[in-house]
Design a binder for this molecule. Sequence first.
Ligand code: AMP
Ligand code: GLY
Length: 425
Amino acid sequence: MKVLIIGGGGREHAIAASMRKSPRVDALYCVPGNAGIAQIAECEPSIGAMDFDRIVSYAKEKAVDLVFVAPDDPLAAGLVDRLEAEGLRAFGPRKDAAILEGSKAFSKDLMKKYHIPTAAYETFDDAAKALAYLEHAAMPIVLKADGLALGKGVLICNTLEEAEAGVKEIMQDKHFGDAGNRMVVEEFLTGREVSVLAFVDGRTVKTMTSAQDHKRAGDGDQGPNTGGMGCFSPSPFYTKEVDEYCRRFIYQPTVDAMAAEGREFKGVIFFGLILTAQGPKVLEYNARFGDPETQVVLCRMKNDILDVVDACIDGCLDKIELEFEDNAAVCVVLASEGYPVSYKKGFEIRGLERFRGESDYYCFHAGSCLDGDGRIVTGGGRVLGVTAKADTLGEARRKAYEATEWVEFDNKYMRHDIGKAIDEA
Ligand code: AMP
Ligand code: GLY
């Protein structure tokens, strides 16, 4: 089969690496891709993930059998619908189902209607009403821009002053653009966070192994929110009891709710969970693989990814048994100093060849490109996702940090406490 992957980050590199392991894949393409993905797939950097017309022409020109749409923006904007209308086979939710991530107000209303455990909330499309409500609300409180905001549209406010500034930022100054036309105000929850990714075929849901992301830029969870600075899998806090509870009250009910609403979900649902004293609750849904969760999850999956993707599209996921290795993985993101606020790029990345031939070490490229001289240079805030597998989380962590020393570039920045929480488990 010929497969085209849409996207160009560490997640897409991990998906491409998984596809490469499938004996059924004989040609692999990626748009826009990046310098790392280009080593295992043919990339077309001039086509963006939102450039639907050119994606369709490219897919037809290469006669691909499957288009795997990985990022949130093209899913929410209906790329899967467009591909299907052009007679192409696509993996990912259609627009009417991708709204599960595309609108926080939609997902909160869905959870309320179908009694899926989540934080109490109110939705506002008027700043004055939101401000009036906040005057009497308990602090801390959480403000969320309704739409997609690169994972950054969530503000945790400790005081009324912070909450007022947050309303201004989201609804009045439109810091997150139109994503802030509506805003969800949500009860602040405390507990361990766990990410669970699941394949869904419209009816059946099959979960992958659990993971935990580190969203803040600095050690000790300080500093601004980022796309994710590192990750580990599995989460030792995701016990059998938690899993059973979530299956019964969260996973299947979510898939059934979408079907009942006439918005059949096919693709991957990312359940962002928080384990509170009152039990697990949903913090957010994403309608896609997570980044960097994918880097630590797919490298542990034993199944042929193409078999699973086919089963999701064809509605026969019940016939598939997902299997994961009984080990652990840790991913440490090497970023450009200053990310996510402002940073320089274009620096040469050295030492990448050190990963060649290593079986339990991976260097997924998140933001890299080729310069005019054919050198691989930094091309984004998150640059590489250095990942290692081992029998235990502690050993995987040691190996991942060891491998972060193999690569060098000016401005290299990382957190030093990825996976530290496992010491407390
Ligand atoms: P989200 O994009 O909805 O996952 O939010 C980003 C991060 O904000 C989450 O990973 C949590 O750390 C935090 N967060 C979101 N909602 C809440 C909440 N209701 N209570 C506490 N923290 C939250
Ligand atoms: N790592 C969180 C996300 O992919 O949204």
